[in-house]
Design a protein around this ligand. Structure first.
Ligand SMILES: [Ca+2]
Ligand SMILES: [Ca+2]
Length: 361
């Protein structure tokens, strides 16, 4: 009896030892790269081209948006939409442009009113609410945008983005407009062969908003692995996490950002190849607020929607495109069909926007 009891105890001890070894291994492998602390906002290679502050015409027509995933309930299944032609900003709104808006209007951002915002700082393993963080101080006090005036503005809420758009005589793009623009106005669906097996695990908090500053819930959190995703170019979808075609996070978060694309945080607009319409950074760099409220069933309507605008109210606004923070193990949102969302008053240092405008009637 005693002999078998000892065997059982030894088995438990062995299992416990294995578990603690596993825990140690996990702790070691998930430890963030301490070198990442040394990146400043605006760091990166200086290869951006000068990009005009103009708008690009997206022709009217009927398009297919949404990705063909097996887990379409949480993402966008393919859907036909009919859009009138519209203009969309060639690049994300930059710090330079946003500063002009603030100088002319005296606009005070949501983060400034609130006294802080959510930031991710390299070398950390979590998002942190930092007092004093705002669009002028993207990593909190002691960080500045002076070396990043051609980078996209961050730590702007949906309200800030909307106020800027109105000031500029523009508006935020609808979710459908954003996606058609991101696909280069082509009715592009991911080819079936690109559907990753891991997509079948998707559920729950895809691109989920955070309410009341719940820790760790940001656009990018809780995403399934999407080893094969990415921007759509003339030659087909690419995976920026592998080929550096857009500013995302290459490597496993948070242990190592290989920065094969040249940037840890944001990149200046014009640093990456534009899509077939000539639009920069639709994928990656910063998430982009859209005009629409989020609803999980937006894309389930089988009828062809004409200029769809999303539900009339809600708790979260849609943002699109993924960001510099987006890695294969933590996010995978760097594809045109991915639907992110967050409460409109929230501000993060990987979320910005661009504007759209109707054609003159
Ligand atoms: Ca990057
Ligand atoms: Ca973007």
């Amino acid at each position: 009896m005693h002999g078998s009891l000892w065997k059982v105890l030894l088995m438990f001890a062995g299992a416990a030892g294995a578990l603690s070894l596993t825990a140690l291994w996990l702790e070691r492998t998930e430890r963030p790269d301490s070198e990442a602390r040394h990146y400043n906002w605006g760091d990166g290679r200086a290869t951006a081209v000068a990009v005009p502050d103009d708008m690009v015409l997206v022709p009217g027509g009927e398009y297919v948006i949404g990705d063909e995933w097996p887990n379409a309930a949480e993402d966008a299944p393919p859907r036909r939409v009919k859009l009138d032609g519209f203009y969309v900003d060639r690049h994300e709104v930059t710090n330079r442009e946003f500063q002009l808006f603030v100088e002319e209007t005296g606009h005070v951002t949501s983060a400034e009113n609130e006294g802080g915002a959510w930031i991710y700082h390299g070398g950390e393993s979590n998002w942190t609410y930092i007092e004093g963080a705002n669009w002028r101080h993207p990593l909190g006090a002691g960080s500045f945008i002076e070396g990043a005036m051609e980078h996209p503005v961050v730590l702007v809420s949906w309200f800030d983005a909307n106020a800027y758009a109105r000031w500029a005589g523009k508006r935020l793009p609808t979710e459908a407009e954003w996606e058609v623009a991101a696909r280069g106005s082509k009715a592009a669906i991911f080819p079936k062969k690109s559907i990753p097996l891991a997509a079948t695990v998707a559920s729950g908090d895809n691109g989920h908003a955070h309410e009341g500053h719940a820790k760790n819930e940001q656009f990018d959190r809780h995403q399934p692995l999407h080893p094969s995703a990415g921007a759509h170019t003339e030659s087909g979808p690419t995976n920026p996490a592998e080929d550096g075609s857009a500013n995302v996070w290459q490597g496993l978060w948070p242990q190592r950002n290989e920065t094969k694309d040249g940037y840890f945080y944001t990149a200046p607009v014009g640093a990456f190849t534009p899509n077939p319409l000539g639009l920069y950074d639709m994928i990656g760099n910063v998430w982009e607020w859209t005009a629409d409220w989020y609803a999980s069933d937006t894309y389930r309507n089988s009828e062809v929607a004409h200029n769809p605008v999303g539900p009339v109210d809600g708790t979260a606004r849609v943002a699109r495109g993924g960001s510099w923070f987006c890695s294969t193990n933590y996010c995978g949102a760097y594809r045109p069909g991915f639907r992110g969302k967050s409460p409109p008053n929230s501000s993060f240092n990987n979320v910005g926007f661009r504007c759209a405008r109707d054609l003159e009637k």
